[in-house]
Unconditional design. Structure first.
Ligand code: NAP
Length: 293
């Protein structure tokens, strides 16, 4: 019988834990942790993501600011804003919502973020620290995947984990984290040049789907009893919904779920944990900034 890795419920629990900690700190007279999100331009999906991050930050008692910058801002001006945030001791962490307009070099901008305030874990310094197993800010989505597996007590040591996708923000860090001491998976990372993909995925005790293709993973690609983590998020037009769309993942849940021992639903699986991880990283940055612990 399949069991749900319920990200929505777990996220509520983690947010509660963070909110309690914030209450205790502010009761002692300390300021609340401060997270800033920078959004450049009017991209609809980015606006939604930033609004969700802002709402969650406020829910746990953080100070949350959103800097809205025009789409035609120069790279130089954006770098000045980053420099300002790097040097403002009352800002604990900040994120630059991606994608940025085409005339701006994303890598320049990301690497201008102080590694100590890089709560998205995207700078080269934090990626390097993560790969070396040093203390680092880890990207929120793979961190959310790890939190789900850990908090639900999923046995990972010695298991074969197949990660579908090798992006810098999901697949590659997920593969790195799950192969580390503590998780101890044997990891295979697949991508668009992988041959006989279904043969690979059928070997997975734990399958992490981060391929960015709606319902790509079908039942014949999954081993009986596998743990399936679906990272995918796709908006599909649906006139029966008030919003006009529904959310589906990279896994065809209608046929895959009955084969799984554990599975993340979409929505309500990895998504809520992604935001939680950002809050956890911000809490960590706040403590570091204020010499707590
Ligand atoms: P991405 O940058 O598009 O990367 C997709 C990866 O899948 C690439 O490595 C690509 O291989 C591989 N791929 C594509 N088609 C393939 C195929 N036919 N066979 C094998 N591999 C294939 O996507 P991403 O940013 O990692 O995101 C993945 C999914 O997660 C998306 O649905 C995204 O919306 C979702 N997401 C969710 C959250 C969340 O909070 N839940 C956060 C971020 C992303 P190549 O490298 O060879 O091109």
């Amino acid at each position: 019988m399949v069991q749900l890795l319920d990200g929505k419920a777990l996220a509520l629990q983690i947010k509660d834990e963070i909110a309690n900690e914030v209450r205790q700190l502010t009761a002692k007279g300390m300021r609340a942790p401060h997270l800033v999100a920078v959004i450049v331009g009017e991209d609809g999906a980015s606006q939604t993501y930033v609004a969700n991050k802002e709402r969650s930050s406020k829910e746990v008692g953080f100070t949350s600011s959103v800097y809205r910058l025009p789409a035609n801002i120069t790279e130089e001006k954006l770098l000045e804003t980053i420099n300002f945030m790097n040097n403002d001791s009352e800002i604990d962490g900040f994120i630059i919502q991606l994608p940025l307009p085409k005339h701006i070099n994303e890598q320049h901008v990301i690497n201008a973020i102080s590694p100590e305030k890089d709560v998205d874990g995207f700078t080269a310094i934090n990626v390097g620290r993560m790969v070396l197993g040093e203390d680092a800010y880890v990207p929120a989505t793979p961190m959310g995947v790890c939190t789900l597996l850990k908090r639900y007590g999923i046995e990972t040591a010695g298991k074969h984990c197949v990660v579908l996708g090798r992006s810098n923000i999901v697949g590659t860090p997920a593969a790195n984290l799950l192969s580390r001491k503590g998780f101890d998976c044997t990891v295979t990372m697949c991508h668009s040049k992988t041959q006989n993909l279904a043969d690979m995925t059928r070997q997975a005790d734990i399958l992490v789907a981060a391929i960015g293709k709606p319902e790509f993973v079908t039942a014949e690609m999954v081993k009986e009893g596998a743990v399936v983590v679906d990272v995918g998020i796709h908006r599909i037009p649906d006139e029966t919904k008030k919003s006009g769309y529904r959310i589906i993942g990279d896994v065809k849940h209608s046929e895959v779920d009955e084969k799984c021992s554990w599975v993340t639903p979409v929505p309500g699986g990895v998504g809520p944990l992604t935001i939680c991880s950002l809050l956890e990283n911000t809490m960590k940055a706040y403590k570091r900034n204020n010499n707590i612990e």
